[in-house]
Design a protein around this ligand. Sequence first.
Ligand SMILES: [Fe+2]
Length: 249
Amino acid sequence: MPSSEKKFESELFELLEELRPFALAYYHPLVSGETDSPEKVEQWFRRFFIRDFGVGVARAYVKCPHLEPRRFLAENLFEEEGRGNANETHPALSLRLARHFGASEEEIQRTHDKWMKSPAIAQYLELAASYDWLEDFAGFGLGQEFFAPPLFELIVERLRAEFDLDDETLKFFLVHMYEDVDHSVRTMKMVTRYADTDESQQKVCSAIRTTVMGLAGRSGGRPASELPAPIVETLRKRARVAGQVIAPT
Ligand SMILES: [Fe+2]
């Protein structure tokens, strides 16, 4: 017997809190102490390029037979593409930081291509290609977007404190601090509505776990590293303040 919508929602929030210390580990060096000097932060940002998030959104759209989530996915993709403004696409916003820290377009593209060809990424992409729309949808909506707002807030605070960055340069992080709260809340509602069999609920949980510990969790091909407990606690508190529901601890 599948869990009711309400029960499945609490099970998902529990799973998300279990995974929070590993989520979006690609960004962990910026808050864990690994990039302990401004030079290391600069080095990290010189390869910062979030190019393919929209590809996952589009993949779910193509496979989705339901009108409501499909509209939501189209809206998400429209935001990824800068709502029609080429300078405001999310890949372009991420490049503002890489450029600010001195990377050339060619250097960024080369590093990204190399990263995309690593065995870990190739393995994840092969698995993701076999996902149904709900697995993809839950994978990026809950396995990635759910975790972004509080983590990005910490990153913005650090960048503002250590570098003279204006909001236009920080915009990649600033837009996701707001858009991803809305996305994850709406994704949770739709996932619990459409995952209404034992099999689909299990597939959703496993896709979220794989996304967190796979592509999104990897930094340069390395597996997800665990954030220290005090940072995880700060992220939980900020998620609560931002209006994201989290499991009772
Ligand atoms: Fe985005």
